[in-house]
Ligand binder design. Sequence first.
Ligand SMILES: C[S@@+](CC[C@H](N)C(=O)[O-])C[C@H]1O[C@@H](n2cnc3c(N)ncnc32)[C@H](O)[C@@H]1O
Length: 382
Amino acid sequence: MKGFKQHALLPTPQHDEQARQDFVGALRGHLSGRVMPGNYQLFERRVAPRFVAENGRPPADEQEIREWMTREPYYQFWSALQRRSQELLWESVIDPTEREWSALIKRARGGTPTKARKRGSLRLNPALTVPRYHAAADIHLQPGGYHTDFTNDDVAAGAIYDKGINLYMGGALGSENDLMGNTLLAYLRERHPSHQPRRILDLGCAIGNSTVVWARAFPKAEVHGIDVGAPVLRYAHARAEALGATVHFSQQNAEGTDFADESFDLVVSHIVLHETSKSALGRILAECRRLLKPGGLMLHLEIPRGRTPIEKFMHNWESYNNNETFSRYMTRIDLPAETRKAGFAADEISLEEFAPKMDVAQMNYAEHFFWKILVGRKNGAQ
Ligand SMILES: C[S@@+](CC[C@H](N)C(=O)[O-])C[C@H]1O[C@@H](n2cnc3c(N)ncnc32)[C@H](O)[C@@H]1O
C-alpha cells in the first residue's frame, strides 16, 4: 500500500505476494467506495418506502432495518463480498509472514538488525487469562486474534496485524499506522494545551502503533503500553526499539493492572473499548480513575457508530459478520453514564467529536468522518 513505511519487523512481500495485497486493497477500495454506498440508496429508494407503506411509520431503529435489509439481494451481495475481502486480506498478509516467520522471531528476540541500544522494556505474564471477549472468537477474523502464540516467542500476530490494518483502512492510518495516536495527540494539544504528562499509559496498545506517537511527542515522559496479547506485545517492543522509541510494554488486563494508585497523569486508548464487553468496560473505566493522579486525564478514542438508524445498521455489519461482537452494543451505550457509574463525577466527563487531520479520500464517508473521544478529567491540580 502506497506510503506505508517498511521497518525491521515487517515481512517484505515477494512480487506475487505484493500483487495479491494490491488486489485485496483495490477490491476493498472498490467495495467501500462504489458498492457499499448502494446500500444507502437501496434503503432510501426501496426499503424505507416499503417499510412505511406496511407499517405506517419509518423504521424505529437499526434492528428493524436489519430485518428488512438483510433480505435484499443487493445487500447480501455486498455483505458476502465484504466478508470474503476480509478473509482474503488476512490470507494475503499471512503468506509473507509465514515465509519470514523464523527470521522475524529472531529479529524480535535479538533487538534490531542495526543493534541499536535497547531503550524500552517488555514484561510478559504467561499466567494471564485472556478475557473471553477475545478468546471466544477470532476478532475481525484474524486467525488466532491478538493473543495466540503458534510457536515459542511468536510475533506473527503482530506482523499480521500491522500490515493487516494498513490494508483494512486502505492506507488511511498513515505510514506507521499512527493516525489514531496523532489524532488523540492533536486533540490533547488543541483542547487541553496546558496538560504536560510525565507518566503515560496506553491501554490495549497491540503493536504499539499509537504508543510510539506518545513516546515521541513526550520524550521526557515515562510511557507504558499494556495489552492482553503476548505476540502483539513482543512485536510492539521490537518495533518500538527498531523505530527508536522508548516504551515499557507489559502483558496486563486493563480491567485490573498492577500499577500503583494515582501513578499516571495521562491514560489513553485507541479503538479498544468497542472490543471489550459491557462489564469489562465498567471495570476498565474504574481502573482508569484509580490510576489517574489528581488533575490527570483519561482519553479514549473510539469509532463513531453512526448518527441515523441506517448508518448504525451499516456500522453493525462488523459486529454480525466480522467478529466485533461488542461493537453493536456501542451504538446504543451511554458512555458518559457508564463513566459516572465507574466513579467519575459528572463534571469530570465529556464525550467529544474530533475530526482527524488526514487524507481520507479513499473512505467514502470521509466528509463526515470524526472520532469520538471519551474524556475523564480527575479533579485536582496536575
Ligand atoms: C483494535 S486493537 C487496538 C490497537 C491499538 N490501540 C491502536 O492504536 O491501533 C485492540 C487491542 O486491545 C487489546 N485489549 C482488548 N481488551 C483488553 C483488555 N481488557 N486489557 C488489555 N488489552 C486489551 C486487544 O488485545 C487488542 O490488541
